[in-house]
Design a protein around this ligand. Structure first.
Ligand code: PEP
Ligand code: MG
Length: 292
């Protein structure tokens, strides 16, 4: 079967009706880029930056982060690399953050909330990301967004970092900024959020969890976690429509993006990009090309 998929290598990811899809890969660290390229990734749609923070006993330095982002940008040679800023919380143990124990970590001080609470840590990552933009085609993506105010605060920090780099004579390139749509709130106000950013990437893992009020870590809830739930699909459609009204691209980087029983639905909805694990890239391409 894997062999049959090989024939899709080198092909354009375009549907029978002529809709071109950006088929990107999700990666968790620098060493995943090889498999992404091997399977024809047209870009990186989600680079989970957590790996830099997990499994170490201190904050990763700006230089260490810069090297990682720069390496991926260079390896992808001008193709888009979407790097997500730190997405940890009390459920992902990082001792040196000294996080207070929370009863509901999934709804706690995680991801962007943690970054906005500790701007110095966030700014170190932003500096590394912005510096790396000189070496490739980088997009910065923010997780767990629920409000316009958060996005504005982030953009202010980005401007601050750029000014600091300018003042220090440190160079950087162009980069775009987008957000994950992975909370119901962000999908519902996606008309407002679309005015603030360059793209949306729908994080269906969390979007499903929060929409269905079903903990993604609890295996007992499988029966109650209908990943094709109409509420989830409507939120996805809403985000796509609202993104397009403002002229921005909208993709999916959660696991649902690799669910080929939904590919034709996503195409009908007008999805622009699908970002999946490297092992699913050719399977998704086949589905886009061949249809149901
Ligand atoms: C998601 O929530 O769908 C997502 C892509 O992010 P993560 O799985 O890392 O939470
Ligand atoms: Mg998520």
């Amino acid at each position: 079967k894997q062999q049959l998929l090989q024939q899709y290598k080198g092909k354009e990811t375009i549907s029978k009706s002529g809709k071109k899809i950006k088929l990107f890969a999700n990666i968790g660290n620098v060493s995943d880029v090889a498999a992404a390229l091997e399977n024809d990734a047209e870009g990186i749609g989600l680079f989970r930056s957590e790996f830099l923070y997990l499994g170490t006993d201190d904050y990763p330095s700006e230089e260490e982060q810069f090297q990682a982002y720069k390496t991926v940008a260079e390896m992808m040679a001008g193709k888009l690399v979407v790097i997500r800023t730190l997405d940890i919380g009390a459920d992902k143990q990082v001792d040196y953050f000294d996080l207070e124990k929370e009863d509901n970590p999934a709804m706690g001080l995680r991801a962007i909330r943690l970054c906005l609470t500790r701007p110095e840590i966030f700014k170190t990552q932003l500096r590394a990301l912005i510096r790396a933009s000189a070496y490739g085609n980088i997009a910065i993506m923010y997780p767990m967004i629920i409000s316009v105010d958060e996005v504005r605060r982030i953009k202010d920090l980005v401007e601050e970092v750029k000014k600091e780099l300018d003042a220090a004579g440190v160079g950087y390139g162009k980069f775009s900024q987008g957000i994950m749509i992975e909370t119901p709130a962000s999908a519902v106000i996606s008309d407002l959020l679309a005015k603030e950013v360059d793209f949306f990437s729908i994080g269906t893992n969390d979007l499903i969890q929060y929409t269905l009020a079903a903990d993604r870590q609890n295996p007992k809830l499988e029966l109650f976690t209908d990943t094709h739930h109409e509420a989830v699909l409507r939120l996805i459609k809403m985000a796509i429509d609202n993104g397009h009204k403002e002229g921005i691209w909208v993709g999916i980087c959660g696991e649902l993006g690799a669910d080929t029983t939904l590919t034709s639905r996503f195409l009908e909805m007008g999805i622009d990009e699908l970002s999946v694990s490297s092992s699913f890239l050719l399977k998704v391409r086949r589905q886009v090309i061949e249809g149901d």
